[in-house]
Design a protein around this ligand. Sequence first.
Ligand code: HEC
Length: 150
Amino acid sequence: MAEALTKSAARNVFYGGSFFFFAIFVGLTAHSHYYMNTSSTDTSTLSASVARGKHVWEKNACINCHSILGEGAYFAPELGNLWDRWGGKEDTAAAREMLKAWMAAQPSGTPGRRQMPQFNLTDQEVNDLADFLEWTSRIKTQNWPPNKAG
Ligand code: HEC
């Protein structure tokens, strides 16, 4: 009677299976990168100030309290859709002023409210941050977050 599964057949199944799924993984990774660059983000408006704003975001570790497009901490509101929430799509200038005023007014000191630290950002840094948040709000996230509050 023939062996149901020889050692070499088992090895081939192992290597073949591993290679097959690894190839699928590489393909999906490549597709994600292609999709990010061609569909979900607008590289033509990715200016130097947007990149600087991302740097301000990272240097000050805003993500330690906030999430952005779902990534980060859940102590403070989601900011990936801040621009949408603050009406920046209709009136960019007003949303920029709001961000400036917000950053200057922290911590609010209101009893019972969670507090955000004062970062003492320069006007330039707040402007770059606004560019970053505005650009981020245009990323096609396939409807994430599911509601406006994030
Ligand atoms: C220590 C935690 C913490 C860090 C770090 C932090 N925040 Fe906040 N942030 C908060 C909290 C808490 C609130 C909500 C405060 C409230 O509603 O009174 C908030 C609210 C905000 C809001 C208003 C959101 C809304 O929907 O009304 C903005 C904008 C904001 N933060 C920007 C930033 C930026 C930019 C950084 C980094 C430079 C940052 N935050 C870092 C805690 C933090």
